[in-house]
Design a protein around this ligand. Structure first.
Ligand SMILES: [Mn+2]
Length: 478
């Protein structure tokens, strides 16, 4: 569903609040958002951000109810059922299977991106001297931030050799009215495109899409393998194709139902000292050189709305997006690592500091095999601490997790320390992006794992007593 329709719907359900009072783009939006998010409050539409020519929306992803609305579902299960067909596609053995497989592929194909000729995001086109980022209510999030940052951009780039587009989210620091920095880290989709362009000796065309379908915004943050199109995932999750339109000044296709598109290019040899920026670690990330984005056109909806978010000391608005990714990608992780029964990445662990996995242990050393698999898998490879539990542990109850973590381990025997890649934002690690990792085996130990004692039974009530007390319960008046 597009942003304007969501706004109408949320307003009618009391899930969005308009704020007419004048508010500063610097810091004030952050402080208001922080307080409203903390009490599971509404999405906020700031209609009067000082100095800006359009309203700002924030806290779109702040509650599960709004997230389900974004995808047009009423529950997590309903959303999950839309990606399940991908996992069920297997080589057909019988005719009836074949029919089923084709139907499933059709179901996926029916929601592929669809090109349109005319788009709401190109209602107004601003070029040359008309380009002015000052018209947008771009916020400064934290007191020591280097300046104003675009925090919810969907950045579109194309592999210059193979023509495959990528949609990623990289914060953009405003340098002047038509220039920004592009905070894409080494190895991210757009960074790879930029390096290829530099090798070919030409600039990389890029577009920054603001206020597209929020489902598309989410998919730009999803840890998809390279070359898997984010819009295909968005189409599946929304059960509706993403409409795309050709940009006015660059050869890129962008989501048509967007509020604002910044078109331009990045010259791979030019950098800007980007940052500091108060990041989702709750700390400022240091100033580092990043590429520069030159805007060649701004296209907008008839009356555009600018989207934003703030990250910081968790939990913040991005916590729900992280949890959503944990749930959506679990079936795919289980497909690759079948040992895994469940996984939890606690919000306070920032999704890369702490990973909990559970297994039904079948053989000695299986917990270590699972740790190595996690450390070898996509973005999970930067996980700092991985703890493996038995399958009967509810990984989503922090008390239960800590109970087993403390109760079931002997650090001399059950901890492995090793080296590997870490999240670039980790300020504690030995080097930026590289350092120590820890794996903890918190499962019941087998004799072959060096446990020569008798693993004790859990002290739990028997069923007969429970039934007797059930029968007695109403008479006890408790
Ligand atoms: Mn990608």
């Amino acid at each position: 569903m597009d942003l304007k329709k969501l706004i109408t719907m949320w307003e009618s359900k009391g899930l969005l609040k308009r704020i007419g009072q004048p508010v500063e783009a610097e810091l004030e939006v952050t402080e208001i958002l922080h307080r409203v998010f903390a009490k599971n409050g509404p999405a906020l539409l700031f209609e009067n951000v000082k100095g800006a020519k359009m309203p700002l929306i924030t806290n779109m992803f702040g509650t599960w109810q709004r997230i389900w609305d974004i995808f047009g579902v009423d529950s997590q299960d309903a959303l999950m059922s839309r990606v399940r067909p991908l996992l069920d596609i297997e080589p057909p053995r019988r005719f009836v299977d074949k029919a089923r497989t084709l139907w499933k592929i059709k179901e996926v194909a029916g929601n592929l991106p669809k090109e349109v000729g005319k788009a709401q995001c190109q209602n107004h086109v601003f070029m040359g001297d008309e380009i002015n980022l000052g018209d947008l209510p771009i916020i400064k999030c934290w007191p020591n931030d280097a300046g104003r940052f675009i925090t919810l951009p969907v950045v579109v780039t194309k592999d210059p050799e193979r023509g495959i587009q990528n949609f990623g989210m990289y914060r953009m620091q405003v340098i002047d009215e038509r220039t920004t920095a592009m905070h894409w880290h080494p190895g991210k989709g757009a960074d790879i495109h930029c390096r290829t362009s530099k090798k070919l000796g030409k600039p990389l065309e890029a577009a920054c899409v603001l206020g597209c379908e929020p489902a598309v915004t989410y998919c730009a943050t999803a840890p998809l393998p390279p070359d898997i199109n984010e819009l295909v995932l968005a189409g599946m999750l929304m059960d509706e194709p993403v409409e795309i339109v050709r940009c006015k000044t660059v050869d890129l296709m962008v989501p048509a139902r967007s509020q604002i598109v910044l078109e331009g290019y990045v010259d791979g040899s030019e950098t800007f000292p980007e940052g500091p920026f108060g990041d989702h670690t709750g700390y400022y990330t240091p100033r580092r050189p990043f590429p520069v984005f030159h805007i060649t056109a701004i296209t907008t909806d008839a009356d555009p709305i600018y989207p934003s978010t703030v990250v910081g000391w968790p939990p913040f608005e991005d916590a729900l997006l992280g949890k959503l990714t944990e749930r959506i990608f679990l079936p795919f992780i289980k497909f690759i690592i079948p040992d895994i029964k469940d996984m939890a990445l606690p919000v306070a662990g920032l999704f890369h500091n702490l990973v909990f996995a559970s297994i039904d242990k079948q053989y000695p050393g299986q917990a270590y095999k699972v740790m190595d698999s996690i450390w070898g898998l996509g973005q999970l490879s930067t996980s700092k601490v991985v703890v493996v539990f038995d399958g009967d542990v509810d990984l989503h109850k922090e008390d239960e997790v800590l109970f087993h973590l403390g109760n079931n381990i002997d650090p001399l025997r059950d901890v492995v320390i090793k080296k590997g890649p870490l999240d670039i934002l980790d300020h504690a690690s030995l080097e930026e992006g590289f350092g120590g990792k820890m794996g903890i085996d918190a499962t019941r130990k087998l004799p072959e794992e060096g446990y020569k004692r008798q693993w004790p039974d859990r002290a739990i009530m028997d069923e007969e007593t429970k039934r007797k007390i059930d029968a007695l319960w109403s008479q006890l008046g408790l």
